[in-house]
Design a protein around this ligand. Structure first.
Ligand code: ZN
Length: 342
């Protein structure tokens, strides 16, 4: 999650043009209603826990954009996908999309060259429609001699994508979708200004006008003060801005899964925390792509060295990941494409 002081002069109302989507092909699919339940059950919290501990380890040194710890994290992601036989996105260098340091640097700071890490699961009968799943994997590095571990921000979202991808690939291997193609986008440069996602949306690897939605995940491993004692919630930001259909899909899906409390507090554009502008979905929404951001809320360890893996609430991480997986499953496999507002 981007620090509020790093929000560049973007605090103005969005005027987003609508764009035409291709209509659905009407082809039938071999994905059945009850397949979702089967694959949902395969989401394994222990895999996610393992990823969070690895990403928030001393070795990765806070994963600061352009520095060695971030490169180690990038290699970790690449090796994971390669090991799962999930292919690299097209026009990458072995999963890496180069993001130049100059692109991310400005009068306030200079960053070195970095990379988005992007994998791809090709769709079956609707392969030319794309769903981008994003989470940033960079963090703050070392500050005042202390490692900023970034377990929640955003080891949690990164772990969720890896586990979702693993299960989607398993389903694909068994002939169960996804009908639409899925782009797994691990963004760099988020903490300094959402640079990696901005770079992707300006240099997309798949056509933006065929990108039907973005699901973004940032900080889903902790509970905030409002829900400290009751848990079982997630903040939803953004979907109805460009697609009431996407918003409705998430709500309907939630009723079929764990019935979390869906909290829209931060969805308001005029909320003082301005969360809509502070993670990678923003760049997709700005380009007219319906985007939904899943967020666990603020906590005392946000952007502190104390954001460590032992403090993640893995049961919450699992429940939120299940809702995200189920939503992705529906977006990718249902008959109709996500319908934008008009
Ligand atoms: Zn952050």
């Amino acid at each position: 999650m981007l620090k509020i002081i790093f929000m560049l002069p973007k605090i103005y109302l969005l005027f987003i043009g609508m764009f035409a989507l291709s209509s659905c092909s009407g082809l039938t699919s071999n994905v059945q209603e009850d397949d979702l339940e089967k694959y949902l059950a395969k989401i394994d919290v222990n895999n996610m826990k393992n990823h969070v501990y690895n990403l928030a380890s001393d070795e990765m040194n806070g994963r600061k954009t352009g520095e060695e710890g971030q490169k180690i994290a990038a290699a970790y992601l690449r090796d994971f996908y390669s090991g799962q036989n999930i292919e690299a996105a097209q026009n990458t260098n072995n999963y890496y999309q180069f993001v130049p340091g100059e692109y991310m640097s400005n009068v306030w700071y200079t960053l070195d060259d970095s990379e988005n890490v992007i994998a791809f699961i090709e769709g079956s009968d609707l392969a030319n429609e794309y769903l981008v799943i994003s989470a940033h994997y960079d963090h703050m590095g070392v500050e005042d001699g202390q490692i900023m571990y970034g377990a929640d921000d955003n080891g949690s979202g990164t772990a969720a994508i890896l586990e979702i991808a693993r299960v989607l690939q398993e389903a694909k291997a068994e002939g169960k979708g996804p009908r639409r193609s899925i782009v797994l986008l691990h963004c760099t440069g988020e903490e300094f200004g959402l640079h990696g996602s901005r770079y992707y949306t300006e240099n997309p690897l798949y056509p933006m006008d065929k990108t039907i939605a973005n699901i973004n995940i940032d900080m889903i491993g902790r509970n905030d003060d409002k829900y400290l004692d009751e848990g079982n919630y997630v903040y939803i930001i953004g979907p109805s801005r460009l697609s009431n259909d996407l918003d409705q899909l998430i709500q309907t899906t939630n009723e079929q899964v764990d019935k979390l409390t869906l909290d829209y507090t931060y969805d308001a554009l005029d909320h003082p925390e301005m969360i809509f502008y502070r993670s990678d979905h923003y760049n997709f929404a700005e380009k007219g792509v319906p985007a939904a951001f899943f967020y666990g809320g603020p906590h005392a360890d946000y952007h502190q060295p104390t954001d460590t893996a032992d403090k993640i609430l893995y049961d919450q991480l699992l429940k939120r990941t299940r809702l995200i997986f189920a939503s992705i499953w529906q977006i990718a496999n249902r008959k109709q494409s996500i319908k934008p507002n008009r």
